[in-house]
Structures are given as structure tokens and as C-alpha cells.
Design a protein around this ligand. Sequence first.
Ligand SMILES: NC(=O)C1=CN([C@@H]2O[C@H](COP(=O)(O)OP(=O)(O)OC[C@H]3O[C@@H](n4cnc5c(N)ncnc54)[C@H](OP(=O)(O)O)[C@@H]3O)[C@@H](O)[C@H]2O)C=CC1
Ligand SMILES: O=C(CO)COP(=O)(O)O
Length: 345
Amino acid sequence: MARVAVLGAGSWGTALSIVLADNGHDVRLWTHRPEQAKKINKTKRNEQYLDTDIPASVIAYSDLKQAIQDAVAIVFVVPTKAIREVAKQLDHLVEPDTTIIHASKGIEPVTLKRVSQMISEELSKFTEEEIVVLSGPSHAEEVALRQPTTVTVSSIEPKHAKIAQDLFINESFRVYTSPDVLGIEFGGALKNIIALGAGISDGLGYGDNAKAALMTRGLAEIARLGTSLGANPLSFLGLPGVGDLIVTCTSAHSRNWRAGNLLGKGHKLDDVLEQMGMVVEGVRTVQAAYQFAKEQQVEMPITEGIFQLLFEDKSPKDVVGQLMNRNKRQEMDDLAQLLMERYSQ
Ligand SMILES: NC(=O)C1=CN([C@@H]2O[C@H](COP(=O)(O)OP(=O)(O)OC[C@H]3O[C@@H](n4cnc5c(N)ncnc54)[C@H](OP(=O)(O)O)[C@@H]3O)[C@@H](O)[C@H]2O)C=CC1
Ligand SMILES: O=C(CO)COP(=O)(O)O
């Protein structure tokens, strides 16, 4: 069995450590807070983030050098905004033959970089082709309880994704591979925006019709942007696409849905984020997606509406009015056309 370092001791880092420990690996869970490492090692719990016991073979560290020593794989599971900072600290410590995996879901505003691009820019011994993304419909709370979960791993050089698949797969955590890193990263990041929207809709008191509309039209705009940037449109019909969109828009475990729900009930963004105490990736990703949509000249009306609601003080009701009163159009003209163009050649 292998030694694996997990960087980030929040909900998802802790849940993935449990999966790896169940597979017999020697897991080193790194946190930037020494007092948290001590508490995890003493109690075998990480109560701030998860209500589950942690296996004995997961040892927490706050010293990054010790945490990654002799690790065959390193898994980044910090929020997207912390990826560069952690990768910079790792750069002079990491050996080039290590497998680098990330399980974070976001896009960096301004640079518009995906997480695998950010990591490879900061780790001088690694190329973008070597970095693996792990993504899919997988709330930490259910993974920690060993409830059946499916995810996808992807890297441009397939051998790295295969290593990640072998490290994580078990009878309750099924891991597929995909060659489409862009589709997997865009699907995982952009669904958080739509989950904010689903939460807002529920918070406003709208019903299932509105949520189904948001999810379906949301998927259309995710696929439109992702495909314009080179992703395979079929990836958005897979686990890290529609699968993750469903789980995040319909589950009360979702921090993006919960934050949206409070916004829909009239709470202010700053208060909502303070109350959450965990990362709400969609808030940052909507800034990146709004900018991307303008640059790529891709229509993303839901993303635009949520951006205006969060950052331009537009009321939720006005955003709904704006979405419902757009020009008349055919439903299937975007995703269907992309698929037809791609497969009629
Ligand atoms: N939770 C889930 O079910 C899933 C989450 N994800 C993704 O995983 C990523 C992490 O999410 P999640 O674990 O849920 O987030 P949480 O908010 O639960 O935890 C974030 C963790 O990252 C740590 N952290 C924040 N900034 C830094 C930093 N600069 N250096 C080191 N550590 C830092 C936090 O430390 P501190 O405690 O000090 O704040 C905390 O331990 C996100 O991109 C999310 O979208 C993906 C799939 C499922
Ligand atoms: O990505 C997730 C589940 O797959 C977690 O979503 P939230 O960050 O909204 O909780």
C-alpha cells in the first residue's frame, strides 16, 4: 500500500483521507493550523468539518515537509483561492516522480485559470499534462459514511489518472477515468454557480419547475462556455457535469445551495459567507465565468444574473424577471448544435 498526502483538512480533504485509509493507504492529512493537527490526532475526529470518526491510519500534520515525506501521491483539497499559496510552499519540497491530484472545484478570477493550470504554474517540476483532477457528485458527508459515490479522474497523460483511479477506487467509492480534463474541471467549477441559483430560487419560495429550469438551462450555458474553450460537450452529460449539477442543486449538504437559499431569503452576501464557515466556491467562480463569457462572447444569462445579484446589488426578483423576459428563442439551438457539428463531420 502507498503513502498519500492530502493537503487541506476541511470537509473534502477529511472525507478523501477516509477513502484512502479504507483502501489500506498510509494517509498524511496536512492542515495549516498546528492546533487542528493536534486535535485530529488526539480525538480522531475533525468536528468543525465532519461528524465522522477518522481511521487510525490517518495522521494529521501541520509541517508540510513531514506531511509529504515519501508520499507517492499528493492530493490538493484546499479552496481554489488557496491553491497557488499551497503549491508555492510545496514547490521546493516535492519530488518529480510524485503523482499530483487535485479535488478542488473553481476557476481563478482575472487569470481565468483552471486548478490544474494553477498547480502546474506553481510546481516547477510538473507539467499541466501530469496533473490529475478528481471530480463528481460527491458530498463529503456521504462519502465519509461510505455511502455509494461515483467520481471521475482525468489527466492529459492518461497514466496519471490511472494511478489516481487505483488509489481511490473501492466498493463504495467508484472511480471512472476520462481524457477530457477541461470538461471535468469546467463541469465541477461552473455547476457551483447554478447551485447558488437553485438555492436562491428555493429561498424565494419558487418550486420544482423553476429549479428544473435553472438546472437544465444552467447545464446548457455550462456546456456552451466549456465547449467554446475546448471541452468535449459529452463530458457535461457525465458525472462531473450533470451528475454534480444534480447533487449540488438538490442537496442541503451543498454549501453553494445553502448560501443561495439564504440570499434568496434576503440575507446579505457578507453575512451569508460568515455564517457558512466553509468555502462557497460559486461566489468566486461566478466572477471568473462572467468575465470568461464576455471574452468568449458566449451567452450565459443565468451566470450574468447571479453575478449582478451578488456584486451589483440587483434584487433576486429583478434577476428572475430578466431571465423570464429574454427574447424568444428555440430551446435546442446551442447544445444540440454543438453536438451535431461535432459528430456530423
Ligand atoms: N465538501 C465537499 O463535499 C466537496 C468539496 N469539493 C471541493 O473541495 C475544495 C475544498 O472544499 P472543502 O474541503 O469542502 O472546504 P472546507 O471549507 O470544508 O475546508 C477548507 C479547508 O482548506 C483549508 N484552507 C483554507 N485556506 C488555506 C490555506 N491558505 N492554506 C492551507 N489550508 C487552507 C481550511 O483551513 P481552515 O480550517 O483554517 O479555514 C480548511 O481546512 C473546494 O474547492 C470544494 O469545491 C469537492 C467535492 C466535494
Ligand atoms: O461539489 C460538491 C459535491 O459534489 C460540494 O458542493 P458544495 O461546495 O456546494 O458543498
